[in-house]
Design a protein around this ligand. Structure first.
Ligand code: PMM
Length: 258
């Protein structure tokens, strides 16, 4: 999925407990209202998720996940906006694409569900393959690296190879270093200082830093300014997309950088 400029992926967590916006858009009505707001602000992609991945989060059942996301995707598809489904489950991904989603965003990079790669091959849609080392409930204990940049790149490469072996097309793949997933603040900063190593891998790169703890401040809302400052530095580095909570400031930064 090529693009001339950095794309803005707006986060729509239809969950009661995501760390930055938990509960705010949990019911159908408010999810749709928030999505409409994002569309009016110029969002490129709306990322719909029904399972929180904040540190410490427990899994929800597939049924709960689907009941949260499918009605929202079905409704949003009528508005013609591009939708990604944020899920680690192949079945949810498939049902979401049938309901109108155009991109699969898998934070587990194919590691959680053995059926994911075959499903993405069948669906033929773009696939966001994020670096992941295991479920959120205990991921912080896996934040151990010899060299975080090289280790993350080699782990992404091995999942990319597995995806290609499963028949996914190179042009479908978007990679994401997975900031905050089994990474401490310094790991995240080290990755952000070395983005060239990721952008030179030959795949579009998505960055999800929005309001994450390493940006500082106790309240996620206070991290908004730091998120916008970060986007300013990402745009000239040829980052394919930023996954963010607030849309308008990022649309403005990107337009200004053209
Ligand atoms: N972060 C979260 C959820 N999904 N997907 C991708 N591709 N990259 C990310 O960094 C990412 C993600 C967790 O953040 P949230 O709770 O604010 O959605």
């Amino acid at each position: 999925m090529k693009s001339e400029r950095t794309l803005v992926m707006g986060i729509l967590n239809v969950t009661p407990d995501s760390f930055a916006d938990g509960g705010r858009h949990f019911d159908f009505e408010s999810a749709i209202n928030r999505a409409k707001e994002m569309i009016s602000e110029g969002v490129d992609i709306i990322d719909v998720g029904g399972e929180s991945t904040r540190p410490g989060a427990e899994r929800v059942t597939e049924e709960i996940e689907r009941d949260r996301v499918i009605p929202v995707i079905t409704e949003l598809a009528k508005h013609g906006v591009k939708i990604s489904i944020d899920t680690m489950r192949a079945d949810t991904a498939e049902k979401a694409v049938q309901a109108g989603a155009a991109i699969v965003n898998d934070v587990s990079g194919g590691l959680s569900d053995p059926a994911m790669f075959a499903t993405v091959k069948k669906l033929g849609v773009p696939y966001i393959l994020m670096h992941w080392r295991g479920e959120s409930k205990d991921m912080n204990s896996r934040a151990i690296y010899t060299d975080v940049v090289n280790d993350v790149i080699s782990e992404i490469n091995s999942q990319v190879d597995a995806a290609l072996d499963a028949g996914i097309n190179k042009s479908q793949i978007i990679i994401d270093p997975g900031l905050g997933f089994a990474k401490d603040a310094e790991h995240n900063r080290e990755i952000l200082r070395n983005l060239k190593a990721f952008t030179s891998m030959g795949y579009p790169v998505l960055i999800g830093a929005s309001r994450k703890r390493f940006l500082g401040g106790d309240n996620p809302d206070e991290r908004e300014a730091a998120t916008i400052e970060l986007t300013k530095t990402l745009v000239p580095q040829g980052i394919w997309g930023v996954r963010v909570h607030s849309v308008k400031p990022h649309v403005d930064v990107i337009a200004g950088a053209k």
